[in-house]
Design a protein around this ligand. Structure first.
Ligand code: ZN
Length: 424
């Protein structure tokens, strides 16, 4: 492999993925703007012209801001790689340990490099997160976060990431050095075990650090819901209400966890907005995801993709051209494992954009399946009105661009979901 060739391939793939993303975002803006002043047929009684225009403006504001973020992210990526940023950071960390053989031989040097790289990356993202919350969400009346909460979220997130991330990254780097040429297979096993563990501990211990989860209190609703849960063979212990209103006025429901941590979570904002019948239908939809084993299937997909990814990394890490072509001079005396890992993570998103349509198509199929299940177990009409309310409350557009949907939508457009509910 030749270093120049690596650079050329990288720049080409990066440019193509950038063009694709810009093209999709511009299509979305154009399509949504063109339909801004006309509520689609069949929705005129339920969505006001005002709400429809607001959804269009919100969608376009997010897309335009997304384009700025994309431009900035691309500059950062170029800066880290061929711009020499990672090389510079690596030199600095190496110098800090002053050729200390012990630090280079141990995990101190590579872990420090990965942690510093991640922290720098997070810090430069902060202004964007701030603008998203306190300018865009605020402008459309969605933001409920105070600056105090925003800062405390950042601190909690950082501490948590360090507490979980450092042991994980140290273990991966140790395997890279100690497990021989097939280290990536071991790292894969570790990564999978970590993901499974996270799926159990996230709902039980991590999510409660950020939100309050309470059992459902409303008696009449509880009786309805218990009936449904028994019909569907789910445990009633797994139904929670979360104080989502702490951060946003938008409402939602989601399913999470495996085994005993399996649960369905309603936002308090959803509870306040939907009727009992509608809530039952939304719950039935979430239970549909469990019924069809969507979490297990998603994990299986992650297993396969991770194996391919790590095997590729195992090979790339051995090629000097991989480092040189991406702007990094391999270390002479210390291990290059951390550099290989970071370069790989940097370039991965350019390649993964190709898989976007595949994974989002599968996700949209799952949504149709869960809707059909809800129709069978509860009521299709109630689910339909609930979806319309959610669309309005969250200012989701009724008229997305079909190509944008193909690439980016994890949920089918509401118009398609309603049509499927009516027909099937
Ligand atoms: Zn769903």
């Amino acid at each position: 492999m030749n270093a120049h060739l690596v650079t050329v391939v990288f720049v080409t793939v990066l440019s193509l993925s950038l063009l694709l993303r810009v093209w999709l975002a511009r299509r979305q803006i154009a399509h949504v703007s063109a339909h801004r002043d006309r509520v689609p047929e069949g929705f005129r009684d339920v969505i006001s012209a005002e709400a429809h225009a607001k959804a269009a403006d919100y969608t376009c504001a997010n897309q335009r801001f997304g384009l700025i973020q994309l431009g900035f992210g691309t500059l950062v990526l170029i800066g880290w790689t061929v711009g020499g940023g990672l090389n510079l950071l690596n030199d600095g960390v190496q110098r800090f340990f002053g050729g200390d053989e012990g630090a280079s031989a141990s995990l101190l040097y590579p872990v420090t490099l990965v942690v510093l790289f991640t922290l720098i990356g997070s810090v430069i993202e902060l202004p964007f997160e701030w603008y998203q919350n306190f300018r865009i969400e605020e402008k459309f009346g969605f933001n409920r976060m105070t600056h105090r909460l925003w800062v405390s979220d950042i601190i909690k997130n950082t501490l948590l990431s360090l507490a979980i991330g450092i042991p994980l990254i140290a273990a991966v780097l140790w395997l890279m050095g100690a497990a021989g040429p097939a280290w990536w297979l071991w790292a894969w096993a570790l990564w999978m075990a970590f993901n499974l563990l996270l799926m159990v501990i996230y709902p039980l211990f991590i999510a409660p650090l950020f939100n309050e989860f309470k059992p459902l209190e409303d008696e009449t609703l509880r009786a309805r819901v218990n009936d449904l849960i028994q019909r569907c063979g789910f445990s009633a212990k797994g139904l929670f209400v979360m104080d989502g209103s702490k951060r946003s006025a938008q409402s939602n429901a989601y399913f999470t966890g495996i085994g005993r941590s399996k649960r369905v979570v309603f936002y308090d904002t959803l509870l306040a907005r939907l009727s009992t019948g509608e809530l039952e239908a939304v719950l039935a939809h979430e239970l549909g995801h469990f019924h069809h084993k969507h979490i297990v299937k998603l994990i299986a997909g992650l297993f396969i993709m991770s194996l391919i990814g790590l095997a590729t990394l195992g090979w790339l890490a051995q090629q000097p051209a991989f480092y040189l072509g991406l702007g990094v001079t391999p270390n002479a005396s210390a291990s290059n494992d951390a550099l290989a890992l970071l370069l790989f993570l940097l370039v991965l998103p350019c390649v993964s954009v190709v898989f976007g349509p595949l994974s989002s198509r599968r996700s949209r199929q799952y949504e149709f399946q869960a809707d059909a299940y809800a129709k069978k177990q509860s009521s299709g009409a109630d689910l339909g009105t609930a979806l319309v309310k959610l669309t309005e409350d969250n200012a989701s557009t009724l008229t997305p661009d079909p190509w944008y949907v193909r690439f980016n939508y994890s949920h089918p457009p509401v118009i398609e979901r309603l049509a499927a509910l009516k027909s099937g």
